[in-house]
Design a protein around this ligand. Structure first.
Ligand code: BGC
Length: 460
């Protein structure tokens, strides 16, 4: 299964790329920025929100986690929206939802309204995570699809880092309303960007809007001859066996790809990335850095590593391919988690322990950022047949959000019950399983057109 799409010829490696296609990718990636910002900002805002409304622990957990539940539900349904209304219209709607959610949160007169605002934000994130990767993937030339779709992951990491910085900037003035409200800015930019950008030629062709599809393709390929690419899209639609129904997800040509997407969604979360993204200061403090500001600084350092290594991944994805990065990434994560468990097992004491823990956490995030981070979102935008792409991608994204929620709400209890070292070893073991899964099942998609990838499933 793992070999069929590897080392394939690179049919449109020389397709000219226009500024237009870059602009579309960058604007759409703002959805990722909001994803990262809105999931990251709450850690710093929570303290002040708790004081403002006198929240119980349960209410605090609710404010944090309803975003993830909203995102899971919206991702599952959002794929059908993107298939039905189009990628661009869904992204316009997403921008509106982000703006509304940010305003409701920032102006919330009570904790209940705040929770409603967080649900709205979650819906925006879910829709973005389903639609942005597909939108970019369907516009990008095959040879550049890896890095262009990974702009989404880069934007997530920049959003997380931005959230840490904004939290830090507004902490002195206890400005939690500003922290939550500032998300309006990228929301407005996403909306304006999508008004100016086109629908994808692949979605237009699928809806029978042939002339428009061809026109958009010519525009984004800078006037180059698009006859071959267009013929390939039409030929794929002519033999498509799926009709966009939920039951098509289990058709023989889609099932293996569905298993890969859902499997990667599961492994991207259960290997523990968000225990670090959401709880890094807690982990670092328990390793022995006593001051809160030292822990926050170290957390910001982890955020910077996440951004830098995502850029490294973007440079490599279209050269070395998706599989090698996934395998190196998951292997590295397993080793780092093993070491972290060993460290907390009591092998080290004092200041050294804390510094060593920070270094290991950084290395762990680095391995995530070159592998499972970007490659998950990339692969689920490219391995599904066009007629069912939204629904299938949305299923994988929804599963990802559901496990994000599960890991986040169980982490602190897990540490309490089995201790930190056993907890990290559990995530480490799951990273080993992730490696085996990737090795056995994940195909290489580097340099292939979406239509060639689709044909390889049908050929089975
Ligand atoms: C994951 C998020 C995670 C982020 C960290 C994304 O790919 O889906 O859950 O917080 O990466 O960079």
């Amino acid at each position: 299964m793992a070999t069929d799409a590897r080392d394939a010829p690179n049919p449109d490696a020389h397709t000219p790329r226009t500024g237009y296609v870059y602009a579309a990718a960058v604007f759409a990636a703002l959805g990722g920025l909001l994803f990262g910002y809105d999931t990251g900002v709450i850690s710093g805002a929570l303290l002040f929100i708790e004081q403002a409304f006198g929240l119980s622990v349960f209410h605090q957990e609710l404010v944090v986690s309803v975003v993830l539940i909203g995102a899971a539900v919206a991702a599952l349904g959002g794929g059908r929206l993107a298939d039905g209304m189009g990628r661009r219209t869904t992204l316009l709607l997403t921008a509106g939802i982000f703006i509304a959610g940010a305003l409701v949160c920032a102006l919330a007169p009570s904790a209940t309204v705040l929770v409603v605002g967080r649900v709205i934000v979650g819906v925006g994130i879910g829709l973005a995570s389903t639609t942005v990767p597909i939108y970019i993937s369907e516009l990008a030339p095959a040879a550049a699809r890896g890095w262009q779709v990974s702009l989404f992951q880069l934007a997530i990491t920049v959003g997380i880092l931005g959230a840490y910085l904004v939290d830090y900037a507004f902490a002195a003035s206890r400005g939690w309303r500003w922290m939550l409200g500032l998300a309006v800015v990228p929301g407005v930019l996403l909306g304006i960007g999508m008004l100016l950008m086109p629908e994808t030629p692949r979605w237009l062709a699928r809806r029978g809007r042939r002339d428009e599809a061809r026109h958009v393709l010519e525009r984004i390929r800078g006037g180059a001859d698009v006859a071959d690419e267009f013929r390939e899209i039409e030929a794929t639609l002519a033999v498509a066996e799926e009709h966009g129904r939920w039951s098509d997800l289990l058709s023989p040509a889609v099932r293996p790809a569905l298993i890969i997407g859902v499997g990667l969604a599961f492994f991207q979360q259960v290997t523990g990335i968000n225990t670090v993204i959401y709880y890094a200061p807690t982990i670092i403090r328990s390793a022995g850095i006593p001051s809160a500001s030292g822990a926050i600084l170290a957390t910001a350092g982890i955020g910077v590593v996440n951004v830098i290594m995502t850029i490294v991944a973007m440079r490599l994805l279209d050269r070395v391919g998706r599989r090698p990065l996934l395998l190196v990434g998951t292997a590295g994560m397993a080793v780092m988690l093993g070491m972290l468990g060993w460290l907390f097992h009591g092998q080290f004491q004092g200041g050294n322990l804390a510094l060593f823990a920070v270094a290991i956490l950084m290395a762990y995030v680095a391995f995530f950022a070159i592998g499972l981070g970007p490659v998950f979102w990339l692969l689920i935008s490219e391995i599904y047949p066009l007629t069912i792409r939204g629904a299938a991608e949305g299923t994988a994204a929804g599963v990802n959000w559901a496990f994000n929620f599960l890991v986040s709400v169980t982490f602190l209890s897990l540490i309490e019950v089995v201790g930190p070292s056993a907890s990290f070893w559990v995530y480490g073991l799951l990273s080993v399983l992730a490696w085996i899964f990737c090795y056995a099942f994940v195909p290489e998609t580097k340099g292939r057109t979406l239509e060639e990838i689709e044909a390889s499933w049908h050929a089975r």
